[in-house]
Design a protein around this ligand. Sequence first.
Ligand code: PEP
Length: 253
Amino acid sequence: MPERRRPYVAGNWKMHKTVAETAAYMDELKRVLPADPPADVGVCVPFTALAAAVEAARGTAIKVCAQNMHQQAQGAYTGEISAPMLVELAVNGVVLGHSERRQYNCETDRALQDKVPAALAAGLEPILCVGETEEERDGGETERRLRHQVQEALEKVPPEQLGDVVIAYEPVWAIGTGRVATAAQAQEAIAFIRALVGDRSKEAAERVRVLYGGSVKPDNAAEILSQPDVDGALVGGASLDPNDLAAIVAACG
Ligand code: PEP
């Protein structure tokens, strides 16, 4: 019997919270989280707040993640941040390929092909975001889109490291819209993503954590999180309130 995957709930703050707000948030999150939460808990914070979040998370199990990084370790890439820079801050992970970065910042599957292994090589846990648009879903293109995104982004990851990647299935039409996917839609897409990983390594498919993201709130989390292949949630808007993030963590129990 394979070991049960530990759920993971990560809050993506997007472009929210100053350093002062981060310290207050972390104090409240530490206060409301139980000593032994039923899931790994992470916060994905703006670059400017990473050091404050790491400091506040010290001595707890809360993971601190960045929201992007460059694939090169250093170089003439004005405005970019590299994996070694995040590691120096004792950051634990990094969100890669979020749909907002694909939409507004020209993030490409080709760049992700280098970003995912660069994060792993540096000791950062990547949270790779994939997901179809509404037009793709309506046009019956969901699986084709997911196959392309997953295969391309993981192409340079060796099979024995595939299970170290966290994948977030985030249908674009569900992000920030209040239109959460049904539990059946989330389960179907995530089982498909797991099978894609399984095409490379059966062991990795059992181990890889695949989260759902898109309008997860305390009142809809339990149903989605109860699906057999859904290993947790990447939470945007609701994560801005530490009480709501903690309530979603509790829904994993
Ligand atoms: C996200 O930003 O990854 C996300 C899922 O946002 P929201 O929960 O607000 O839809």
